[in-house]
Design a protein around this ligand. Sequence first.
Ligand SMILES: NC(=O)c1ccc[n+]([C@@H]2O[C@H](COP(=O)([O-])OP(=O)(O)OC[C@H]3O[C@@H](n4cnc5c(N)ncnc54)[C@H](OP(=O)(O)O)[C@@H]3O)[C@@H](O)[C@H]2O)c1
Length: 263
Amino acid sequence: MDLGLRGRTALVLGASKGIGKACAFALAREGVNVMLGARGMEQLEATAEAMRAETGVRVEVGRVDVTDPAQCEAIVAAARAAFGRVDILINNAGGPSFGPFESFSEEQWRAAMELNPLSVARFIRLVLPDMKAAGWGRIINITSWATKSVLPGSVLSTAGRLAVAGLSRLLADEVGPFGITVNNVAPGSILTDRVRDIAVRPRLEKGMDEQAAIADIAQGIPVRRVGNPEELAAVVAFLASAHAGYITGATIPVDGGVVRAIL
Ligand SMILES: NC(=O)c1ccc[n+]([C@@H]2O[C@H](COP(=O)([O-])OP(=O)(O)OC[C@H]3O[C@@H](n4cnc5c(N)ncnc54)[C@H](OP(=O)(O)O)[C@@H]3O)[C@@H](O)[C@H]2O)c1
């Protein structure tokens, strides 16, 4: 299916690896020119180079820590300078630490809230004027299955991402008349460095090898496997597409059925 995205422009955050990288690749394969952001330039440049070589679209990179307002403004300005405007915003970055509620300090709570929801709200504020002027826009936030079901240890993530769910539902109402949709995609266990760190490493420490550790995680998932970033990116590309204009205010799980809630 042609997603009708050729010539559009996207800003993809947390794009040097994992889910963000896969999303940027999926958009670039559809002919979208992309601005990639992350903190580590070496990995970001390598990702951009691979993307240019494979897709032929324009790929720009910008160093950004999404928790720093000045750096956020700078990368949006760079995207505008390169492409004229941002049509598609993919809000994504690292997640906060895992642990029990009582293990986190005031400072750790503040740092977590800087990631989610503050950086999400900030980037949306920065790109909205262009989208409204164009009468078209796609805002997609990567959240987590922890907004739908209790995930032990995820209190910082769950609290911040539920704020993202709330703000995006409200925003969908406000910007719908301008041809702008706002949606969240909620990963389950998608095999990336973050999942290797949070879910695989503790099992390795208990003596499992990597294959056994991944199989153990898969036991708790109805489809009995972990997901790959491309499976999630395909949903993001569809939500960004011309075909998805009637989907807004939604949170779409890509989780192999791990959220057992019925509604
Ligand atoms: N993988 C899953 O199964 C899963 C499940 C639920 C939720 N999620 C959420 O989905 C998001 C992406 O996860 P992932 O698994 O793809 O993680 P990942 O493999 O660790 O990749 C994170 C990406 O974000 C960048 N990043 C991290 N902190 C940043 C910051 N402050 N500013 C700018 N860029 C930053 C990283 O590059 P630099 O370090 O160079 O900046 C990297 O490009 C996270 O919020 C995660 O919590 C993932």
